[in-house]
Write a protein that binds this ligand. Structure first.
Ligand SMILES: [Zn+2]
Ligand SMILES: [Zn+2]
Ligand SMILES: [Zn+2]
Ligand SMILES: [Zn+2]
Length: 535
């Protein structure tokens, strides 16, 4: 981008004022997402594209909307920031979708040498998500294809491994529609994790690596338990015995100095409850809170404000607790429903297997009946054919070994035998049809309601449509997606009902029944083959 373009870009998409409430909120969200208080925002550009915002709102009414922060380096190859501001998020391939994380912010280059980062904050309308199990290693390589028949608004990538560890709050969604993605801010920030190490618990100042437990006012130094005893309680060093040492936890915290240029070096002693700002005495006497409206602001001693905040943060927030309880209730409810659906499904599955088993038994019986008759006929006809062959070959043998007189005698006997065979009653062959028919009602599985996306609910014209969910054609995939869709919500609570269980169960049972029927068919054929061999 050249300077002219940059200026145009800036005019169209204004910077968010440093220190504004929007800025402060975003910085806190960023720090939370990185899990680090050392992230400092340097620049925020608000992508105030009204037509994109209008589209987004219109398209995503009633949909669940989340925030997603993505490292700009992640997107750089596929889209330029200024183009994204005008055209919105461009999917490389809309059929394959794009993965949007929420919660933990993943930086592409997290090495300590890299301090400057740029992220884009999106609003994503995930709506109702279909749950797809995945493994973390697959995330880059795997494509997630759009299912045109799906009623879901997005995919939710369910990471069972992560769920079990439960350490990182990170959830991934796959979206396919650019109208479900709204770029909000481009945020440049500095992030230096090593700064945070300075905030780690203090170590002993007596050049040992133990954790410090005591503070000596006279030495202005921190000591571990052993060093503190050596230095301050050793009888030979009477001088040091007069030192005043306290436990670190009881040491009064330093609140630092005022950063206003005229007040430098003055201790922060006051706290304004309205501006949420720490002040020094000069701020009150001649600075920001000396005149006008701020002069009337209620100020507390900073140590009191700190104690108050500590106390307040320890008390459970009743609203938050209420929300947590509501969520727990819903989760318990859903767990129960999952168990219900699962047991009802198991029940029907058993009935289907019973039907299949009965059907197979009938088929086996019918087949056996027909086979017995056919094989019986086959044996008798073969026997008669063999008999003719046998007597004729005996005649030929006699031709070779007998003298003419003896042969003439044999010939007359043989002719009688031939006549006997020819005049014998013909064997009655059973008229057996080879047809076997199946008269089966198609199995219908119905339920009272179907999973609907919020959008479908809204746009539905015919109230009867979709009321019952009749599964035909390819029932297993719809069935599974429903179960998985429901199961997602329980994943956080009930790990016993795992998605892979459903998948594995389905496969095993199907294979079992397949194996069974094939074996039975082979059994029938084997019987037939064995009897005809005996002929
Ligand atoms: Zn001391
Ligand atoms: Zn020590
Ligand atoms: Zn104030
Ligand atoms: Zn001051």
């Amino acid at each position: 981008m050249n300077l002219q373009q940059e200026n145009f870009f800036l005019k169209k998409f204004p910077q968010v004022g440093e220190g504004s409430s929007e800025w402060i909120q975003l910085e806190y969200d960023l720090q939370l997402g990185l899990g680090s208080i050392s992230a400092v925002i340097k620049d925020i550009k608000a992508i105030n594209n009204q037509s994109l915002q209008f589209q987004f709102q219109k398209h995503n009414q009633n949909r669940l909307i989340l925030e997603s922060w993505i490292d700009y380096e992640e997107l750089e190859q596929s889209q330029k920031i200024d183009e994204m501001c005008y055209k919105g998020f461009e999917f490389k391939d809309p059929q394959k979708g794009h993965v949007f994380p929420t919660g933990y912010i993943e930086l592409r280059d997290n090495s300590e040498s890299k301090k400057q980062h740029t992220v884009i904050m999106f609003k994503i309308a995930v709506g109702r998500s279909q749950c797809i199990p995945y493994r973390k290693e697959e995330i880059q390589s795997r494509d997630y294809l759009k299912d045109k028949n799906s009623n879901f608004d997005s995919l939710y990538l369910y990471d069972e491994a992560n769920d079990q560890q439960g350490s990182v709050f990170l959830h991934r969604y796959v979206l396919f529609d650019k109208e479900q993605v709204l770029p909000m801010y481009q945020i440049k920030f500095e992030f230096d994790d090593s700064k945070e190490k300075d905030l780690q618990p203090l170590t002993c100042d007596n050049q040992c690596s133990n954790k410090a437990k005591f503070y000596c006012k006279n030495d202005d130094a921190y000591f571990c338990h052993d060093c503190n005893f050596d230095i301050h309680n050793n009888n030979q060093q009477t001088f040091n015995q007069k030192h005043h040492t306290i436990e670190i936890s009881k040491k009064e915290k330093s609140f630092g100095n005022c950063k206003v240029s005229d007040h430098q070096g003055t201790k922060l002693e006051l706290y304004c409850m309205i501006c949420h700002e720490a002040l020094c005495v000069y701020c009150k006497i001649q600075g920001s809170h000396s005149q006008g409206e701020p002069a009337a602001h209620q100020l507390l001693r900073i140590s009191d404000a700190y104690k108050k905040a500590l106390h307040e943060s320890k008390v459970l927030d009743p609203q938050l607790e209420k929300r947590k309880n509501e969520l727990t209730d819903h989760l318990t409810n859903i767990d129960q429903k999952i168990k219900d659906v699962s047991s009802k499904s198991k029940n029907i599955e058993d009935r289907i297997y019973k039907l299949l088993e009965d059907g197979l038994k009938l088929l086996q019986q019918k087949t056996k009946e027909k086979m017995c008759i056919l094989i019986g006929d086959q044996l008798e006809l073969k026997r008669q054919y063999d008999q003719i062959q046998w007597i004729e070959s005996f005649l030929k043998y006699q031709q070779n070994v007998l003298n003419p007189a003896e042969y003439l005698k044999a010939w007359s006997r043989h002719s009688q035998l031939r006549n006997k065979i020819i005049s014998a009653d013909k064997y009655q062959i059973e008229e057996i049809s080879s047809d076997i028919h199946m008269d089966a009602q198609p199995i219908k599985i119905t339920s009272e309601n179907n999973v609907q996306s919020s959008q479908n609910k809204q746009n539905q014209q015919d109230p009867n449509e979709n009321q019952s969910n009749v599964l035909r054609g390819n029932p297993s995939s719809q069935f599974r997606s429903q179960i998985l869709g429901n199961n997602k919500n329980s994943s956080a609570k009930d790990k016993n009902v795992s998605m892979s269980n459903f998948v594995v169960n389905n496969n095993t049972s199907r294979n079992q029944i397949k194996g069974q029927s094939t074996l039975q068919t082979i059994g029938i054929m084997n019987n037939g083959a064995t009897s005809s061999e005996g002929a």
